[in-house]
Every structure is written in structure tokens, then in C-alpha cells.
Design a protein around this ligand. Structure first.
Ligand SMILES: [Zn+2]
Length: 111
């Protein structure tokens, strides 16, 4: 199966298996907790055919507020393509998936 072609950016309909080298950079809308998830972990948790927008719609905050989990939706989600150098990584490309302030799912490029 081909990976995401070089030079093209993911869109909401992109299946997550094409984005195994990418991270999701997430900020919670309620507690402002910042989380980074590896897309490859999401492929295991969901189905590889799940699209970026399906996975992002199901994301909930895993932070704790007192005794209860926050479980709020993210206010901001970026997809970040990274290149690893030992334990450190650097950003190659970054795409905004959700930015509530800027108006929901508007910033991703159309395919
Ligand atoms: Zn939260």
C-alpha cells in the first residue's frame, strides 16, 4: 500500500495508516492540557481505514480534574510530520486539523 505521496498534505479524509510517521499535537478545550499522540498508536486503537476526521472527532482529553477525567474535546489539533534522530525529533511539516478559535476544520487544505 502506498504511503501518503511525498509533498502532499493530509486532508480530513486521509486514512490514518498513511500517516504513521506523524504526530497529533492536541490541546484540550477545557483544562488546556497538551498531549502528543503518535498516529501509529491510533491506527492500533481504531482501524487503519479510519480517516483523520473520524479519529479526531473521537478524541477526548485524558487529563484529570479532581477525581474525574476531563474528557473534553480538543480545541486545537495539529498533525505534525516528524523526523527522528535518536531520542529527539524535529518537525518537518505541520497541518492544522482543528482550531476552534479559527473556526472548526477550516484550515486543512482541500484535496
Ligand atoms: Zn482536558
Amino acid at each position: 500500500m502506498p504511503e501518503l505521496p511525498y509533498g502532499s498534505l493530509p486532508v480530513p479524509a486521509t486514512p490514518v495508516w498513511q500517516l504513521k510517521g506523524w504526530l497529533l499535537d492536541i490541546q484540550c478545550s477545557r483544562c488546556r492540557r497538551h498531549t502528543v499522540l503518535h498516529v501509529s498508536d491510533l491506527v492500533d486503537r481504531y482501524s487503519p481505514e479510519a480517516s483523520v476526521s473520524e479519529v479526531v472527532r473521537r478524541l477526548r482529553c485524558g487529563g484529570f480534574r479532581g477525581d474525574n477525567k476531563c474528557r473534553a474535546k480538543p480545541s486545537r489539533v495539529n498533525l505534525v510530520e516528524v523526523s527522528y534522530h535518536g531520542k529527539s525529533w524535529r518537525k518537518l511539516r505541520e497541518v492544522v486539523v482543528v482550531d476552534v478559535q479559527a473556526g472548526q476544520l477550516a484550515a486543512m487544505p482541500k484535496d
